[in-house]
Design a protein around this ligand. Sequence first.
Ligand code: ADP
Ligand code: MG
Length: 153
Amino acid sequence: MEDITLRTQNEQQTISAGETFAAQLNSGDVVALVGDLGAGKTEFIKGICKHFAVEELVTSPTFTIINQYNGTTPDGDDVVIYHVDLYRIETLDELTQIGFDDMVFSHGAIKLIEWSDKAADLLPEHHWRVQILVPDDMLDLREIHIQQLTKTV
Ligand code: ADP
Ligand code: MG
């Protein structure tokens, strides 16, 4: 997939962008989300979860680090979604303690990781990167860059 840049003007458009993006996700995929506090990472994830018909409340697991949701694909298959927020993580040891290393490689789940740059070395080479920029602090505009990173052979 070519890199794409989307511009949204409000929270609802970012949720819709996440929902549209999610249509191409498969079980096992990792989505690494980066951007400042309040950029809209969680809103984008709400859209992804909407695509997978998640009924649980989707909020940043800032203190619990990992939330688990039960989703359903449009084909009716069950899919587990891990929503991870690394904001409070300070060392790679802490990540190991919460089982991040295995979780991030689990085939049976979709992993959505906020503040993923803190675990850059632990991510599989093949993953999606979603970067959200706030061009003007005064406005609700957001720039969403989506890349599919693959192993360079
Ligand atoms: P993050 O998870 O990146 O810290 P959140 O998704 O929790 O950020 O919060 C984004 C905040 O920005 C929300 O309060 C939302 O209402 C606001 N907002 C304003 N404009 C937008 C936009 N275009 N897209 C997403 N969020 C927006
Ligand atoms: Mg968040």
